[in-house]
Each structure stands twice: as structure tokens, then as C-alpha cells.
Design a protein around this ligand. Structure first.
Ligand code: GSH
Length: 208
């Protein structure tokens, strides 16, 4: 096997990184990417990462020519154009916008859940803002309700960019907010997730 030509700034618990890892698995590109693990938070950034991504966020993908791609949406789009199989992002038409909107909804769950994590674990206890946490929680709950009520058929039709995003979002809720009990609220989503969780790409990238 040839040497990896790209480097992914990576953490095994980042759900945004996980989306990239799942796509690499699904499209047979794992061997093309070396992983560089970074420990970071908004208050303890990684200098090595900042040198490549001024936003100081992962994932970031260093290409062979020295250029760097971020954020996860851009990286997924790039990597999806680097394989010869069926694209995971529909190239055109109504499907493209529907699937990308579902992927954006999954990202909205992740944005809110990651911000809640920072608020709960990083911010000093006397500076925490309960109303702000509640507002982030409400975003997650509205997004889950929308997925359950309207998106499940669309989601279940194929495993692509939308399914990757939603699966990684649900996996992150299991990791960080097990008390949320999303399966009770969203039984159809739970059934879909139980099935897709068996895919090797999701099994291999499950956060621990
Ligand atoms: N919109 C970004 C979000 C990436 C993100 O928030 N990553 C987190 C880790 S899960 C991070 O790097 N946080 C460090 C920080 O916010 O300084 C993407 O899709 O890549």
C-alpha cells in the first residue's frame, strides 16, 4: 500500500472528525490519510493545529501540496470527489439540497452539543449560564423532532452525507448526553440508528 499523502488533525472523540473518518471508511480511502492526534479545547489550543487552521478547530486536512482544508463540510466534499464509487454527496438536483440540509441539521445538533459540553465542563461553575444551556438544549430537541417527524424516510433511503452526519450526531449525544433519552422521544430514529450502527465504518469510529 502506498504512503498516506494527507494528514488529518484528529481526535477520537470529536464528532466532526468522526464524520470524516466514516467517509474515509465508506469510500475506501483510509490508507490515504495519516492521523495527527491533537488535544485541544477553546481555552487550551494546539499550536501545531493553529499553524494550519487559524480557527484552531478540528478536523483540518493537510494536503500533499501543503494546503489545508477545513471545516468538516469542506473536507467531506473534497474527499467525496477523490474516489471512483457512488458519490456520498449528490452532485446536483433536489437530492443535493435535501441531503445537504439534513447534514446541516445534524451539524446544528453537534454545534449545540459541543457548546453545551464546553459550558458544562470548561466554564467555571460560578460563571455558567443555565438559560443559555437550555437554549442550546432546545435546538437539539427541535432538530431531533424534525428528524423523527419528517426526515426519517429520506434518511433511511441511502447511507450518504446526511446519514453520516445524523449518525455521528446521535453517537455524540450518546457519548455526552446519555440522560437526554433521545431514543424514547424518537423511536423511528432509534430503529434507523440501531441498523446503521452496525456498519463497519460506524463500528470502527465509535467514540470511547
Ligand atoms: N464547523 C466545524 C466545527 C468543528 C469543531 O467545533 N471542532 C471542535 C472539536 S469537536 C473543536 O475543534 N473545538 C476547539 C475550539 O472550538 O477551539 C466543522 O464542521 O469542522
Amino acid at each position: 500500500m502506498s504512503m498516506p499523502s494527507m494528514t488529518l488533525f484528529y481526535s477520537p472523540t470529536s464528532p466532526f472528525v468522526r464524520k470524516v473518518m466514516v467517509l474515509l471508511h465508506e469510500t475506501g480511502q483510509l490508507g490515504r490519510v495519516a492521523l495527527q492526534e491533537v488535544q485541544l479545547s477553546p481555552t487550551s489550543p494546539s499550536a501545531a493545529l493553529n499553524a494550519h487552521n487559524p480557527a484552531g478547530k478540528i478536523p483540518a486536512l493537510l494536503l500533499a501540496d501543503g494546503s489545508v482544508l477545513y471545516d468538516s463540510r469542506v473536507i467531506l466534499d473534497y474527499l467525496d470527489q477523490q474516489h471512483v464509487g457512488e458519490p456520498l454527496i449528490p452532485p446536483s438536483g433536489g437530492a443535493r439540497w435535501r441531503r445537504l440540509s439534513l447534514a446541516a441539521l445534524a451539524d446544528a445538533i453537534l454545534d449545540a452539543a459541543v457548546l453545551m459540553r464546553y459550558e458544562s465542563f470548561l466554564r467555571p461553575a460560578d460563571k455558567r449560564w443555565p438559560e443559555w444551556l437550555e437554549a442550546q438544549q432546545a435546538k437539539i430537541e427541535r432538530a431531533l423532532a424534525q428528524l423523527e417527524a419528517e426526515a426519517i424516510a429520506e434518511l433511511a433511503s441511502r447511507f450518504d452525507i446526511a446519514a453520516i452526519g445524523v449518525a455521528c450526531a446521535l453517537g455524540y449525544l450518546d457519548l455526552r448526553q446519555p440522560e437526554l433519552g433521545w431514543r424514547q422521544r424518537c423511536p423511528q430514529l432509534a430503529a434507523w440508528y440501531a441498523e446503521v450502527s452496525q456498519r463497519p465504518s460506524l463500528q470502527a469510529t465509535e467514540p470511547v
